[in-house]
Design a protein around this ligand. Structure first.
Ligand code: GLN
Ligand code: ZN
Length: 769
């Protein structure tokens, strides 16, 4: 096929679309069903209507082939678990009795049965339910959902393509089931799983599928030769089937690397590749293997996970290069549009000029369609789109919002010494000991106290105008008084103000920094029916005024004990926002760090001697490929040090991260040069303490002794036992006593009892020293 005919055949498609509906109808229907207010039939009807509306919208926008099967009541990996019949033993009875209730039981657990574990979908903020497999797992095909949804789209007269999680990715995302040895590798089940996929594919073919898409994003991560062999075998076997649709293997979130030649050689009919900046290496790699002769290539040139308009001319140039490399080139977003909000048109509060820089799912769909037309018919067919796009890109590039000279000058003037404390850790530690006068095994908390109904009501009242700012702040001060007086009575050593003024640990700061945009309807799915509205880092960042100082100093005015100031660190501010695509991430992190540095310095000036800068996202932001990690960790740790490097030696800097496994970033944690770190440890019996010790971590640490993920109150004896375990790894001079994480999701009764027990445990163990 010539480049010209490849171009003429260009089509537009996407791999998935936001599921919730324009007014989060799906969330409401599912939660209504859980509460018994919505019947199963009504839920099914709502879901079917939302699917149909999405498909019609996509088709009306000019998408030639709509995705099917991407819809989910909870999670598409859980749907795959159902499709292959890998229902965990403990859920089988419930699923047999009522498939829908059994499905939700796997997702959320019941009174008696634990749910599947949930974890992040690659480096996105979407969470999937982890399949549990073992040597005894028997797979059986259950294609009903896929077949039915394909049928619905075909019945609307649309071109449709089922989208499935591929077998290799499914197994690589799974973990050994409870009771199965931890070294069991789910990938060893591949030969048993492939016949099930074969059956599903045959049924889809019978139901009218011309193509089927198998998503293999796990292949953009580092893979062993054995794993690459498994991928080769999987697609050799599936390709060899006679009764199947044409197969499209899709990858996204990064470059394919060594997996590219494997898939290019496989006897499948097409590949979908990410060609956004992060995965640009795919282009050369594709040329290096001689392209995809005889195959269809879907080019993911519109970034499916950021919120920015595409550079259409640049994408057309990429597409032009690709034309020579495949039999047919189609255009798509780089990944499912699940990861972006629905529609910028709903954002009435964002200035219209700035709104033009933004592209959510609907706008990205329009870009994909324009690019496919430009490719098929020539740029003359889209002159209007190109002119508008050029103007919007230029407006963004030249805007004072994206280029604040003062912010840029300051960032450019940063010297190495700014990102370094004035004294080494050991000397600081001595100065802090003298300054703070804390006992051995000092007790503290991670920051937030219960976010009560009254606090949420106060915030809602402020928003609706039922109370004014003064009235709202009065309520916040009253809450701070309660929190401080409780902590004094309970006998904690380093107090906090409790964070009652914060709706969310990122949004609270984003609202006060220039350069951040908030959205009104920018919901994206985090997991199940949970949606978040990440703020958008749109411009240069500065801090016009102190953000937390008056709350912290108010709390300090109520007590003689030290009150710890609380900030969200630069990496987490980026990780839980939509970030800029017009400058390196490290540059954005540095701007945020400098704004936080001012806050840290102002806290110190205001009399705060202990300041905690939370970085729970440090690990989750790690790039998918290990070769990319050192560069990330270099700017990430520098940003943290820049935000905390300006304080006196006797001011104690804490950081906090909430996970129990971090063996791979202990060095980075050390590089933060914080004085104290608190971590999650209660469930893993202080495993982190042992890991820190094994690494020779020299600083103070507070492995959590109170699991805040459950309402259960740990006894004083239980907490003491964890402390004794901690002491075997970390000497008493460097061990802190604290919960695993913030208490905002807990109720007051269990919080009170647990913290009292925690203080009692510290006292008991101090006496044993
Ligand atoms: N300081 C925050 C809190 O206590 C930390 C939250 C977090 O680690 N995710 O709520
Ligand atoms: Zn935490």
């Amino acid at each position: 096929m010539t480049a010209k005919s490849a171009a003429a055949a260009a089509r537009a498609t996407v791999y998935g679309y936001p599921r919730q509906g324009p007014n989060r109808e799906l969330k409401k229907a599912i939660e209504g069903y859980w509460k018994g207010r919505v019947t199963a039939d009504a839920l099914r009807t709502t879901a079917a209507e939302l699917r149909a509306a999405n498909w019609r919208q996509l088709a009306d926008a000019g998408i030639d082939e709509v995705p099917t099967g991407d819809f989910s009541y909870y999670d598409h990996v859980l749907d795959t678990t159902v499709m292959v019949g890998a229902i965990p033993g403990r859920h089988r009875a419930a699923v047999a009795t009522d498939p829908l209730d059994g499905y939700f039981a796997m997702a959320r657990g019941t009174q008696d049965v634990a749910p599947l574990e949930m974890t992040k979908w690659f480096d996105t903020n979407y969470h999937y339910l982890v399949p549990e497999l073992g040597p005894y797992t028997v797979f059986t095909a259950d294609p009903a959902k896929q077949v039915a949804e394909l049928g619905e789209a075909l019945a609307l007269g649309l071109g449709a393509r089922p989208v499935l999680v591929g077998p290799v990715t499914y197994l690589l995302l799974a973990k050994p089931a409870p009771g199965v040895p931890a070294d069991f590798e789910p990938l060893t089940l591949l030969d048993r799983l492939l016949p099930v996929y074969a059956e599903v594919l045959a049924d889809l073919r019978a139901a009218g599928a011309e193509w089927a898409q198998l998503d293999e994003p796990a292949l953009v991560q580092d893979r062993t030769p054995a794993e690459l062999d498994a991928a080769a075998r999987a697609y050799r076997d599936l390709g060899a089937l006679t009764d199947r649709p044409k197969l499209l293997v899709a990858s996204y979130f990064d470059r394919l690397g060594d997996a590219l030649p494997v898939l290019a050689k496989a006897p499948v009919d097409g590949l979908a590749l990410d060609f956004t900046d992060a995965a640009a290496a795919n282009l050369d790699a594709l040329a290096a293997v001689g392209g995809l002769p005889g195959k269809r290539l879907i080019a993911g040139v519109v970034n499916g996970r950021n919120v920015w308009i595409n550079d259409l001319e640049k994408s057309l140039a990429t597409l032009g290069t690709l034309l020579g490399l495949a039999d047919r080139v189609d255009v798509a977003a780089s990944c499912s549009l699940l990861h972006v909000p629905l529609d910028t048109a709903l954002e009435r509060d964002i200035e219209p000029q700035i709104r033009r820089w933004l592209a959510f799912a609907r706008q990205k769909t329009a870009e994909v369609v324009a690019l496919a037309r430009g490719l098929a018919l020539g740029t003359d067919a889209i002159t209007g789109e190109l002119a508008a796009n050029r103007a919007d890109l230029a407006a963004r590039a030249n805007s004072p919002i994206t280029h604040d000279p003062a912010v840029r000058a300051r960032a450019a003037a940063v010297r190495d010494t700014d990102a370094r404390r004035s004294q080494p850790y050991a000397e600081r530690a001595a100065a802090q000991r003298a300054h703070l006068g804390l006992p051995l095994l000092p007790t503290t908390t991670i920051g937030s106290f219960p976010q009560t109904g009254e606090l949420r009501t106060a915030r809602a009242d402020l928003r609706t105008g039922r109370i004014d700012t003064a009235g709202y702040e009065e309520r916040i001060r009253a809450e701070i008084q309660d929190v401080v007086s409780f902590q004094e009575k309970a006998g904690l050593d380093v107090l906090v103000h409790g964070e009652p003024e914060r709706n969310d640990m990122v949004q609270y700061f984003a609202e006060q920094l220039t350069g951040y945009l908030a959205t009104e309807h920018g919901w994206v799915q985090s997991y199940g029916t949970r949606y978040v509205r990440p703020p958008i880092l749109a411009g240069d960042i500065s801090r016009p005024e102190p953000m937390t100082v008056r709350w912290t100093t108010y709390a300090q005015s109520l007590t003689d004990r030290p009150v710890k100031g609380m900030l969200t660190g630069p990496v987490t501010m980026l990780a839980w926002s939509f970030v800029r695509d017009d400058q390196p991430l490290g540059d954005t992190a540095r701007q945020v760090a400098l704004a936080l540095r001012d806050e840290v310095d102002d806290l110190e000036t205001g009399g705060t001697s202990v300041i905690q800068v939370d970085e729970p996202a440090l690990r989750e932001t790690l790039p998918l490929r290990t070769v990319d990690r050192p560069a990330y960790l270099a700017w990430a740790t520098e940003a943290f040090r820049l935000s905390t490097g300006g304080v006196r030696p006797d001011t104690q800097i804490h950081t906090h991260m909430c996970y129990a496994e971090f063996g791979d970033i202990v060095q980075a944690i050390d590089d933060l040069d914080a004085d104290v770190i608190s971590l999650e440890a209660a469930r893993s019996h202080m495993q982190v303490a042992r890991e820190l010790a094994a690494h020779g971590y020299p600083r103070e640490a507070g492995p959590g002794v109170y699991d805040i993920h459950s309402p259960r109150v740990p006894s004083a004896e239980e907490a003491a036992e964890l402390l004794r375990t901690g002491l075997r790894a970390i000497p008493a001079e460097r061990l802190w006593v604290n919960p695993d994480c913030g208490l905002k999701t807990r109720g007051w009764p269990e919080t009170r009892a647990s913290l009292e027990n925690l203080v009692a445990a510290a006292r008991t163990v101090r006496e044993e020293l």
